[in-house]
Design a protein around this ligand. Structure first.
Ligand code: IPD
Ligand code: CA
Ligand code: CA
Length: 254
């Protein structure tokens, strides 16, 4: 299965690069900074077609084209974010990813995050028992504390100190705001960031969470509960040490 998914992702990336070379049709969703392009929709349709041909019984949870309500916990579910970081895609023409995940009855099996312009694919999970950067196996990142590393954040959470994001950031070596959840997950998996705090939808964290689980890196949602895969929700994840510190700080400062 992983071989097929990787080939679809590479093919989708070519479509995205071609799309960058022609006039983009950019629409606003909930507000002027919430963008979707014709390429987001076309890439999702392309991946949906591939999945339907490969496994007609599978269900699909995807950000675009009305597929955003599929439950995660019934049968095999493919989760798609065709372009993660659409604002970066439109404004920077880089720093965006394709993300695909596979869940079976709610259990994560495989996650894929492809940084299209850097040609860097991070993939793996329980089904293969490993996580890879392209063909190279990734080793478990060092279990660093907050004070030993950089932490990724969502700008609004940081600005308003929601969930003590600013206070937690102040305990770290510094914060980073990349505008692309996939790149934040890549940074945690590579060990260049020790955590990530954001408000995310299921397709934003589905692939990254599977790879973090495989590497023994915890993640959770609001009130220190499991992520629900049902809505946009608080996401906190990182090294075991950093996440425990964040949990303790949030508990002490409720
Ligand atoms: C967004 C990006 C962004 C994160 C948002 C996501 P999109 O995804 O990952 O970094 O802060 O929460 O919605 O809409 O570009 O696929
Ligand atoms: Ca996204
Ligand atoms: Ca997207």
């Amino acid at each position: 299965m992983e071989k097929e998914i990787i080939s679809w992702i590479y093919e989708a990336a070519e479509k995205i690069k071609t799309g960058l070379g022609s006039a983009l049709k950019v629409d606003e969703k909930s507000d002027r900074t919430d963008l979707v392009t014709n390429v987001d929709k076309e890439v999702q349709n392309f991946l949906v077609e591939k999945i339907n041909t490969y496994d007609p019984d599978a269900k699909i949870l995807g950000e675009e084209n009305g597929l955003d309500q599929t439950p995660i916990d019934e049968g095999r579910v493919f989760v798609i974010d065709p372009i993660d970081g659409t604002m970066n895609f439109v404004m920077q023409q880089e720093n965006f990813c394709i993300m695909v995940a596979v869940y079976e009855d709610g259990i994560g099996q495989l996650g894929f995050i492809y940084d299209v312009m850097r040609d860097e694919l991070f993939w793996g999970g329980a089904r293969v028992g490993k996580v890879f950067y392209n063909r190279k196996e990734i080793s478990v990142p060092k279990n660093k504390q907050l004070k030993q590393g950089l932490i990724g954040m969502n700008a609004a959470l940081y600005r308003h100190n929601f969930h003590h994001a600013q206070d937690i950031g102040n305990k770290s070596m510094g914060i980073r705001i990349l505008g692309c959840a996939g790149l934040e997950f890549i940074a945690m998996i590579k060990g260049t960031q020790i955590g990530y705090i954001s408000m995310l939808s299921p397709w934003d964290y589905a692939a990254g969470k599977i790879m973090m689980d495989q590497l023994g890196m915890p993640s959770y949602g609001a009130d220190q509960q499991s992520l629900t895969f049902r809505k946009r929700e608080l996401f906190i994840g990182g090294t075991e040490a950093a996440v425990r510190e964040i949990q303790a700080f949030n508990q002490e400062n409720q």
